[in-house]
Structure formats: C-alpha cells, structure tokens
Design a protein around this ligand. Structure first.
Ligand code: NDP
Length: 255
C-alpha cells in the first residue's frame, strides 16, 4: 500500500512555488521524499525559498526562475534544468494571477495578463517537458484549477475564464498524452488564505460569506491540498487522467 503513494526521489517542478499554495504543495512533495525544484520570476527569491525549504525539511531542493507567460523564456530555462537534473517526473502548473474589476471596466491588458499567467503558462511549461516525458514513457502533470474552473463570480471574469480553460486544457492534454504513460489531472482548491486573495480574507463580510457558503464552514488550510497532490503524483493514480479534483470543503457541491 505504501508503495502506491511512494514519490521518494521523484524529480518535481512546481511553478509559482516561492510562496502561497505552490510553496505548500512543494513542501508536501519534499516531505514525502521528492527532489523539488522551486520556481518564481526572480532567481534570488526562488533560491531563498529553496534554502528555507531544504533547511526545514532536510530535503534536496533546487531553484529556477522564468516568466511563465513567455514561451521562449520557459524553454530557455527548462532546457538547461533538464540537462542538469534530468526530465522531471512531476510537473505542477501552479503559477497564477488574479485581477479584480467589474466586467464593464475590465482593462484588456489585465485580461491578457490573467489568461497568459493562469492558462497559457500551463501549456508553455507542459509543452517544454512533455516530449521528453513521452519519450521516457512516464510523467505526472497536475494543473492547478480553482472553484472558478466550474463556478463564476462577479468581478473576476478573466480568472474564471482562465480556470475553466485549465480544466479543459487538462482534459485535452490527457487525451493526447495518456498513450505515453503521462497522467494529466487538475487539482482545484477552494478558498485558502494567500497573498493572492488578501483583499478577501481581510474583509469581514467575505469571511462571513465563506463560512456560510462552504459546507465545511471555513477556509482551507494549505496542508489540506497535499494528500490529493501526492495521490495525483504517485503510482496510485496511474489509470486516472483528465480529472478535476476539488479540494474545497464541499463548496462546488452545493448551491
Ligand atoms: P500567490 O499570489 O500567493 O503566488 C503566486 C505564485 O505564482 C508566486 O510564486 C509567483 O512568483 C508566481 N507567479 C505569478 N506570476 C508569474 C509569472 N508570470 N511567472 C512566474 N511565476 C509567476 O498565489 P496563490 O498561492 O494564492 O495561488 C497559486 C495558484 O493556486 C494559482 O494558480 C491560483 O489561481 C490557485 N488558486 C488559489 C486559491 C487560493 O485560495 N489562494 C484558490 C484556488 C486556486 P513570484 O515570486 O515571481 O511572484
């Protein structure tokens, strides 16, 4: 049974893991024995986060920096990373961005930034690794969705469109890549307190809404995402592909 979930010594790249959910996901993988590569836009920040994670877990942690919205920068960073460490066994496409405004006022540049950071990025990074994973005949790709992969909310139209896109990107990638032994799934968190949604958790009305709207009656704790991630990154899910698993305290199951 233990072997089913064993990810020891697997090489894992988690995008957007200098902080927030990505950092918690990377920590979860590291604590289970994976060799994790932390990532952000700035090399210095990624290295600092890697030093901290290595010191706290005793795990082997590397760092890489690139802008996930720039396909050439992605390739220019991924190719040397693969040369240095090998082809990752696990890719978690987590980097993300939120911009809020009423639909009538939404700036097209902000629309572009959200779609590029949340959706196109997952295509660019996966595409930089999937040919080598295909050649090897194995790989686990986890795209981070959201409750907005399924449900919209006012003022965040591009975010919902991007996360809905991530769910279908996942299904499309599963359709193309399952034949190569690569499983592609989506992990969709409910509401977790990070830098991204500081405006929400500092708002008493929003907190009251979360408690009322979520069957679990609370925000999620970042560690609560790790079990599902380990499942999706381990042999336990070898015949599971194209799925979207919500870790949301029941939020998307109720009106
Ligand atoms: P944070 O804002 O706390 O962290 C975002 C991370 O993404 C940072 O590490 C940041 O790196 C990185 N990043 C952003 N833009 C880029 C870019 N252009 N290139 C490279 N890296 C980039 O966000 P969260 O932890 O809250 O969110 C992480 C993911 O989880 C996102 O996909 C989000 O949509 C999703 N999610 C979050 C929920 C929540 O409740 N917080 C709920 C559902 C989904 P840098 O150090 O360079 O800034």
């Amino acid at each position: 049974m233990k072997e089913l979930f064993d990810i020891r010594d697997r090489l894992a790249l988690v995008t957007g893991s200098t902080r927030g959910l990505g950092n918690a996901l990377a920590r979860g993988l590291a604590e289970q024995g994976a060799h994790v590569v932390l990532h952000g836009r700035r090399q210095e920040a990624a290295e600092e986060a890697a030093r901290k994670l290595a010191a706290e877990t005793g795990a082997s942690v590397d760092a890489v920096a690139f802008d996930v919205t720039d396909p050439e920068a992605v390739k220019a960073a991924i190719d040397p990373l693969v040369e240095r460490l090998g082809v990752p066994d696990i890719l978690v496409n987590n980097a993300g961005l939120q911009k809020r405004a009423p639909f009538n006022d939404f700036d097209p540049a902000d629309w572009d930034a959200v779609i590029a950071t949340n959706l196109s990025s997952a295509f660019y990074v996966a595409k930089a690794l999937s040919p080598a994973m295909s050649e090897r005949g194995s790989g686990k790709i986890v795209n981070i969705g959201s409750v907005q992969s399924k449900l919209a909310r006012e003022t965040i139209v591009p975010y919902a469109a991007s996360k809905g896109g991530v769910a279908l990107l996942t299904q499309g990638m599963a359709a193309d890549l399952a034949r190569y032994g690569i499983q592609v799934n989506c992990l969709s968190p409910g509401y977790f307190q990070t830098d991204m949604n500081q405006a929400l958790w500092q708002d008493a009305d929003f907190n009251a809404w979360i408690e009322k709207r979520t069957p679990a009656q609370r925000w999620g704790q970042v560690e609560e995402l790790v079990g599902t991630l380990i499942y999706l990154c381990s042999g336990a899910s070898n015949f599971v592909s194209g799925q979207n698993v919500f870790v949301d305290g029941g939020m998307t199951s109720v009106v």
